[in-house]
Structures are given as structure tokens and as C-alpha cells.
Design a protein around this ligand. Structure first.
Ligand code: ADP
Ligand code: TRP
Length: 320
């Protein structure tokens, strides 16, 4: 089974990204699948047009994969832009993609419905994503619920291509990540860099603490009983705690006499403990940029070899 997924380098890595994506990639690697993981910097170029920032964020995601334990000996880790073949397959696929299919895709539709102007890159984004997946003969694509539609588009395009030009492409299956519900941000909405409500994993200890202490809570007095199930702090606490710890904490909520400040402090300790190894590894990687670059280039060489093979198959099937 070849498992493939990509992360866009569009912002600082947060706890939502960890539980919603990265943790599960690392778990899948342990299941002995062949993993292809890449930094979707061509996708990020639909929104980031500052070259230095794009470069910095791209290397940052390479380091994040490594810091969390994606092992370059077992998985192929690379930058999307190091495999330019993917843009050529995007063109071949574009020529069989109905406009209507893309008009229904949410990234473009959302932007238009907000009255914002979209560019062709954002409109064509799902075709590039299909190409990302199909060019490596991927079987399984672990993604969050928000990306499921794009994997469906990929399947549609692969089936159509095969119907028109003969069996050429592997039709992938989505593998919807069992997102631990949606990780809430410090304001209670979905944690997202777009809402400026994240707890960034690689901030300083002090920065993380400050974010956690700022989590919004209601104004129930300390002595009163509280409902853990409607509390943002508890929702985050549960992600890091053992079942036993969560049960005990829930009882203390219901009993009264527990202040939110105390739970927040316990959460700070858990978050710092949980990410201690990854944060230390990230620091080592920051101090060794040459190593990070070597890993990215070695991964790219492997990815390019596979991509060239599949692209050749497609070119010749199409009549080039
Ligand atoms: P953001 O919302 O901060 O822009 P992205 O859209 O770049 O994050 O998400 C990258 C990955 O992290 C996706 O697979 C997404 O499903 C997952 N993810 C992001 N935020 C959350 C969240 N709050 N809860 C669970 N998963 C999340
Ligand atoms: N569009 C995905 C996101 O925003 C990132 C991505 C690009 C991707 N290409 C992919 C994910 C291919 C899985 C497979 O999260």
C-alpha cells in the first residue's frame, strides 16, 4: 500500500494540525505502509506571494515532518516543487476536467461566495492535488474531512482518464483521518491559523503558556460545579490526558471548587511534556539546515523517479 499526503506550508504548525494530520501520518508509518509525504508549496503559492516567506515556511514543514518522526529511511519526504513533473500531469488532467467539477469545489466556491476574486490557481487547485496523488500511483490518501472532496475529484479524474486512454492510473481511496473531533482554538472555534486562535507547537515555553492561559472560559465562580463537556480547556486537556486522568478531571469539574486557572496550568504541563521530544528535535534540525536540505533532496530524487515513470505512461497513453 502506498500512502500519500501533503501539508501546505502556509503558517505556524499548531495542535490542530498535529492531531488532525501529523500524528496520524506517523501512526500510519508504524503500520508499515510505504509513505510519501510532501510539502505542498505549489499549493501554498495560491496564497503566499512573498518568496522569502514561502521558502522559510516550506523548510519549516520539512523540519516538522522530521521532528515528529517521519523517518526518511522508511518514508519518502520531499517538496512538491522538486518534482516539476507534477505540473505536466496537471495539464494532461486539466484537459479532461469539466469546469462544473471545479466550480463545485469548496476552496474556490467559498472565496467566490465571500465576494472575493479568485485566481486560476485556486480554481485549478484540485487538479494539481489530483496530479500529486496520481503521479505516485498512490493507493491511500489520509486527509482531514475538509479534503475529502478533493480526493473524490481525484478518483473521478483517474476513472475518466482510464476510460478514455486505457488503464493507466491507479484509482486511490481516501482514508479519512479519525479527527479527534475538531480541535478547538483558544476562542472555542475550530483551531485555525485563519482565526488567530492557535496554540503553536513550536513557540517558546512562555508563548505556549500565554496562549493556554488565554483560553476563553465562562465566568462560573470557582466554587460552583462546572460542565466539562462544554469547556474548551477540558476539550484540549482530553487530547493529552489518559482516560483515567480525564475521568478524574471531569469529576472535579462536576464537584465544584475547581478553577479554570488550575486546569489551564495542568494543560500547560501536559502540552510541554507531550511535545518535549519533537520540540528538542526541531531545535536540532534548525541548527542543521544542511541535513534538512539533504533529506529533502534525497526524497525528491526518489519521488522524481516514480513520477517520471507514471508521467511517461500518461504521456504515451495520451498521444505524446
Ligand atoms: P488551518 O486551518 O490552520 O489553515 P490547514 O487547513 O492548513 O490548517 O490544515 C492542515 C491539516 O491539519 C489538515 O489536514 C486539517 O484537517 C488539519 N487541521 C487543521 N486544523 C485542525 C483542527 N482544528 N482540528 C483538527 N484538524 C485540523
Ligand atoms: N490540499 C491539501 C490541504 O490543504 C494539501 C495537499 C495538496 C494534499 N496535495 C495533496 C493532501 C495531495 C493530500 C494529497 O490540506
Amino acid at each position: 500500500m502506498r500512502v500519500l499526503s501533503g501539508i501546505q506550508p502556509t503558517g505556524e504548525f499548531h495542535i490542530g494540525n498535529y492531531f488532525g494530520a501529523m500524528k496520524q501520518y506517523v501512526d500510519l508509518q508504524e503500520e508499515e505502509h510505504e509513505g510519501y509525504y510532501f510539502i505542498a508549496n505549489y499549493h501554498a503559492f495560491t496564497s503566499i506571494h512573498d518568496p522569502a516567506e514561502l521558502r522559510r515556511l516550506t523548510q519549516d514543514v520539512v523540519m516538522n515532518f522530521l521532528a515528529f518522526g517521519i523517518d526518511p529511511e522508511r518514508s519518502v519526504l520531499f517538496r512538491q516543487s522538486d518534482v516539476p513533473q507534477v505540473t505536466e500531469l496537471t495539464w494532461l488532467l486539466s484537459c479532461i476536467t469539466p469546469m462544473g467539477l471545479l466550480e463545485r469545489c469548496h476552496a474556490y466556491k467559498d472565496k467566490i461566495s465571500q465576494g472575493l476574486a479568485a485566481d486560476h490557481g485556486l480554481f485549478a487547485y484540485p487538479v494539481l492535488m489530483a496530479s500529486d496523488i496520481l503521479i505516485y500511483d498512490s493507493n491511500l490518501v489520509p486527509v482531514g474531512q475538509d479534503q475529502k472532496q478533493h480526493v473524490e475529484v481525484t478518483r473521478d479524474l483517474a476513472l475518466k482518464f482510464n476510460q478514455m486512454f486505457g488503464e493507466t492510473l491507479v484509482v486511490p481511496e481516501p482514508y479519512i483521518l479519525k479527527t479527534v473531533a475538531v480541535v478547538p482554538g483558544v476562542d472555542g472555534q475550530k483551531m485555525s491559523k485563519s482565526y488567530d486562535n492557535t496554540i503553536p507547537v513550536f513557540d517558546t515555553d512562555k508563548g505556549i503558556k500565554k496562549r493556554i492561559m488565554s483560553i476563553k472560559t465562562d465566568s462560573t465562580p470557582v466554587e460552583d460545579p462546572k460542565d466539562p463537556d462544554t469547556c474548551n480547556v477540558f476539550a484540549l486537556y482530553q487530547l493529552f490526558a489518559t482516560e483515567e486522568q480525564s475521568r478524574e478531571m471531569a469529576e472535579r469539574y462536576r464537584a465544584g471548587g475547581l478553577g479554570y486557572g488550575e486546569v489551564k496550568k495542568a494543560l500547560v504541563t501536559m502540552v510541554l511534556d507531550h511535545f518535549a521530544d519533537a520540540r528538542a528535535r526541531k531545535q536540532e534540525l534548525i541548527n542543521n539546515p544542511d541535513y534538512v536540505e539533504d533529506v529533502a533532496q534525497a526524497g525528491a530524487a526518489k519521488a522524481r523517479a516514480k513520477a517520471a515513470e507514471v508521467l511517461d505512461r500518461c504521456r504515451s497513453a495520451c498521444g505524446f
